[in-house]
Design a protein around this ligand. Structure first.
Ligand SMILES: [Zn+2]
Length: 416
C-alpha cells in the first residue's frame, strides 16, 4: 500500500548533517520509505495523504542501553557510587522479577512509556529471570518497540540475584529457544566481567558463536570497577581483553559507557567493530566521569546513545541527547575536545541505533519508517518566526510526551 505523510520533515541522513524539508512529502510503500519530496510528484497525486499540518516529522529515538527491571528504582540511590549502588538498590530490585505478575505490570508500563516518549528501538538488559525476560519481550512487541533484549547472566558477586553457572546457561538456552518475536530479538548479556566466572564467560562466547548471536555488556565505567577487573584477570592488560579472551569481543558487540577507555582500548573497539553506547546522564549521576565521545568517534568507533535506566534517570531520549551535548561541553572545557552539535548528538540518539538494528539513517530510502510527529505549537511562543532547523533544535531541547502526537515504528503507526 502506498501512503504519503505530509509535514515539516527534518532528519540527519549522516553524522552531523541536517536535512530540512518544510512542508515536505514522505512516500511510504507498505511502511518502507521510498522517497522524500519538496513537492509531490504527479504520479502520486491520487495516493492517500496523512497531513500533519505544521507539525515536525523527525526520526524516532533508539535507546541502546537500559535496564528494564531497574525502571521501578528510577531516581533512587543517586548519591552512591556504582558498586555500592548495585548492592544497595539494584540487585534487590531485580530480585522482584521472579514474580511474573509484577514483571507484567512494570514492563507494560515501561513499553508504553518508551513509545509515548518517541523511542522505537532499544538494546535492553532484562534480569536473570527467563520468564520475566519473555514477558518483557512480549510487552515491547505489543507496544511497537523493536530491537534487542538480553536475559542477564551473573554467577558471582551478584547478591540476591546470583545464579549457579549451570543454571545460568541452561536457562539462557531455554530463553533462546522460546524467543519467537518478529521485532524483538535476543542478545547475549553477561552483566559485566566482575559478575561472571571464567567458565560462564567461555560458555557464553561459545553460545554466541554457535548461534550467531550479538553480545552486550559494560566496559570501563568507573575506576573502582576497572581495578576490580584487573584483580580478577591479572593476565589481561586491559578490561576489554576479559571479553576478547572468551569470544565476546566481535563485530556488533555493544559496550555501555567506555568512560575510561584509553587510546589502546578505543583502537581495539574500532578494530573489532565493537560499538560504544554513551550514557551521559548515568556518567554524571554515578560520578563515573564523562565518556570521551569525540575521541571514540575520531578513532573510528561506532557510537550510539543510551538512557542507562536506572543509573540514568531520563527515559526520554531527547533528554539523553541533550545530556550528551552537555557532557561533551564539560569535556570541551576540560580537554578542548570539540563538543557534540545538536545534529551530531541527534544522529547518535536516533540514526546510530537504528542502523545497529538493521535500519536506515534518518528517513533513508529502502528502510521501514521510524518516526515521531512533534507538535511544537504548545511550546513557549517564540519572539519571531523560526526556521525549520531552529524549530528542530528547540524540539530536541524542549519536547516531552505532551508534544508527541504520533509514533511510527517499523513502518507501522503505533501511537496517535
Ligand atoms: Zn548498564
Amino acid at each position: 500500500m502506498t501512503e504519503i505523510l505530509k509535514g515539516n520533515l527534518v532528519h540527519t541522513p549522516s553524522f552531523g548533517r541536517l536535512e530540512t524539508l518544510p512542508g515536505g512529502f514522505l512516500l511510504l510503500e507498505d511502511g518502507v520509505v521510498r522517497g522524500l519530496y519538496r513537492s509531490l510528484p504527479r504520479e502520486y497525486a491520487a495516493c492517500p495523504v496523512t497531513d500533519w499540518g505544521e507539525a515536525l516529522i523527525l526520526p524516532s529515538f533508539a535507546d541502546m542501553h537500559l535496564h528494564a527491571p531497574q525502571y521501578p528504582m528510577l531516581g533512587m540511590g543517586m548519591d552512591l557510587p556504582l558498586l555500592d549502588w548495585l548492592n544497595a538498590y539494584t540487585f534487590r530490585t531485580e530480585a522482584r522479577f521472579t514474580d511474573a505478575a509484577y514483571a507484567r505490570r512494570v514492563y507494560r508500563q515501561l513499553a508504553e512509556d518508551l513509545i509515548s516518549s518517541g523511542t522505537t528501538r532499544v538494546a535492553m538488559f532484562s534480569s536473570c529471570h527467563t520468564d520475566a525476560t519473555l514477558i518483557l519481550m512480549e510487552e515491547l512487541e505489543r507496544a511497537g518497540v523493536t530491537g534487542y533484549v538480553g536475559r542477564v547472566n551473573m554467577d558471582r558477586n551478584s547478591g540476591a540475584v546470583q545464579e549457579e553457572t549451570e543454571a545460568s546457561l541452561s536457562e539462557t538456552r531455554r530463553w533462546l529457544d522460546a524467543c519467537r518475536f518478529p521485532h524483538v530479538r535476543p542478545i547475549l548479556t553477561p552483566r559485566f566481567t566482575p559478575s561472571c566466572t571464567d567458565e560462564l564467560m567461555a560458555a557464553l562466547g561459545e553460545l554466541a558463536r554457535e548461534r550467531d548471536l550479538p553480545v552486550q555488556s559494560h566496559l570501563s565505567e568507573n575506576s573502582g570497577e576497572i581495578a576490580w577487573v584487573r584483580e580478577l584477570h591479572p593476565d589481561c592488560g586491559q578490561y576489554w581483553e576479559t571479553y576478547a579472551k572468551y569470544g565476546l569481543w566481535k563485530p556488533g558487540t555493544l559496550m555501555a559507557h567506555c568512560v575510561h577507555s584509553d587510546s589502546r582500548e578505543r583502537q581495539a573497539m574500532a578494530d573489532a567493530g565493537v560499538w560504544a553506547v554513551h550514557c551521559a546522564a548515568s556518567n554524571v549521576n554515578l560520578c563515573s566521569g564523562t565518556a570521551p565521545v569525540r575521541r571514540l568517534l575520531d578513532q573510528g568507533v561506532q557510537v550510539a546513545l543510551g538512557s542507562d535506566i536506572a543509573g540514568g534517570d531520563l527515559l526520554a531520549m531527547n533528554k539523553a541527547v541533550v545530556m550528551a551535548i552537555r557532557a561533551s561541553k564539560l569535556r570541551q572545557m576540560e580537554t578542548g575536545e570539540p563538543f557534540l552539535t545538536v545534529p551530531e548528538a541527534f544522529y547518535l540518539g536516533s540514526a546510530a541505533g537504528c542502523r545497529y538494528c538493521g535500519g536506515g539513517a534518518g528517513f533513508e530510502t529502502g528502510y521501514p519508517l521510524h518516526a515521531i510527529v512533534v507538535d511544537d505549537a504548545a511550546m513557549p511562543e517564540p519572539a519571531r518566526s523560526l526556521e525549520l532547523a531552529e524549530r528542530f533544535e528547540r524540539a530536541v531541547y524542549l519536547m516531552d510526551k505532551r508534544h508527541i502526537r504520533a509514533v511510527y515504528s517499523e513502518g507501522r503507526r503505533v501511537l496517535g
